[in-house]
Design a protein. Structure first.
Length: 356
């Protein structure tokens, strides 16, 4: 029997399936500035959405922290114990001074935010199945596997969300991961290496971290990109391979890792996609999911520039304006006339991919 977890308690019906907590944000004595990561980006996304009157505090689902018992669904006890060493956390988060902090500070200021985002992804997995879609404004820690963290990823939230669904939700037995962060998602790839229930599509810059050759064996649809790939080529490839992936394998849930580190100028991603290209990319993935009536869970993953929060918010607003996400749709599943119409337009739309 699965353990009892607060993460699967139903949130109020009036809420959007958008998951967030102020606890996501990492802030302490300026240490977070030593990583190119904007460690407050999650809160900024929410603020932009509030300014645009899309959401209000009482209309979003409050993320809860994943407990040890939740984490042990995937992680080994040995791995969780390793996180009690500050130097291990410093290595995983790539913030060297963390090594010199007492571990109780590291737990509270670094790991608790990451555990809360992980809880958010698990919660959003169930919400996506219940409502047709869900967005965790954080999460997407795709370099972490059951027994190894890295690349700012301390918990395997994507693996956890999928394993929770497989164990606890009737009718969910197959999942597709669409990983469009600039980096290879070696964590979930290692976790699902020999699991035929999970289909992985991964599009990434072939020359950057992590270059995990072993993990690549788990990728069913591998899209290796060159340095400086721009909008037209990028979107063409995403469209072709998302369609191909979903035609090849019909999942019960799509987990969409929507990293914004593909943005032109990202110091770590090495690709050159415009803000409009990112918005268009998310639209392509949501259209493909909604057209097939497959529930979709989106996590925000990597993105290392100050302007990424605005782009994520713009993308969510765009999905809403197209009728790809809304509360009514959420409650009634995918049979939404607005969506049906939009889907008819989308084939048309793609043939004249305009990125103005």
């Amino acid at each position: 029997r699965p353990h009892r977890t607060a993460l699967y308690e139903d949130p109020p019906a009036a809420c959007w399936p958008i998951v967030y907590s102020p606890d996501y944000n990492i802030t302490f004595v300026g240490l977070e500035k030593l990583h190119p990561f904007d460690a407050g980006k999650w809160g900024k996304v929410i603020n932009f959405l509030k300014e645009e009157k899309l959401i209000a505090d009482d209309l979003i689902v409050q993320a809860r922290e994943a407990t040890d018992e939740d984490l042990l669904v995937v992680h080994t006890r040995r791995y969780l114990n390793k996180l009690k060493w500050s130097f291990v956390v410093a290595t995983i988060t790539e913030i060297p001074p963390v090594a010199f902090l007492p571990n109780f500070v590291v737990q509270r200021k670094v790991l608790k935010p990451l555990r809360t985002q992980t809880g958010g992804t698990i919660m959003a997995g169930k919400l996506a199945v219940d409502r047709g879609w869900a967005i965790n404004v954080g999460g997407g820690f795709h370099h972490c596997s059951s027994d190894k963290g890295g690349g700012f990823c301390a918990y395997a939230d994507i693996t956890l969300a999928i394993k929770f669904l497989f164990e606890r939700v009737q009718g969910v037995s197959k999942a597709t991961i669409i990983d469009l962060d600039a980096h290879q998602g070696n964590g979930h790839e290692r976790d699902f290496m020999d699991d035929h229930r999970v289909y992985i599509m991964d599009a990434y810059n072939r020359y950057i971290y992590p270059g995990d050759g072993f993990a690549k064996r788990a990728i069913k649809r591998k899209v290796e990109l060159e340095w400086g790939t721009e909008d037209t080529e990028y979107l063409q490839k995403v469209h072709t391979h998302v369609e191909g992936a979903l035609n090849e394998f019909k999942p019960d849930i799509i987990v969409y890792n929507a990293g914004t580190d593909i943005l032109d100028g990202d110091p770590l991603g090495g690709l050159a996609v415009s803000p409009q290209g990112i918005v268009k990319r998310d639209e392509i993935v949501f259209k493909a999911a909604r057209r097939r009536r497959i529930p979709i869970l989106m996590v925000t993953s990597g993105g290392y520039q100050k302007r990424t929060a605005r782009i994520i918010a713009d993308s969510i607003l765009n999905l809403h304006s197209l009728g790809l996400i809304d509360k009514e749709l959420a409650a009634s599943g995918a049979g939404n006339p607005k969506v049906e119409q939009m889907i008819r337009d989308s084939a048309q739309d793609f043939s004249n991919l305009s990125l103005q």
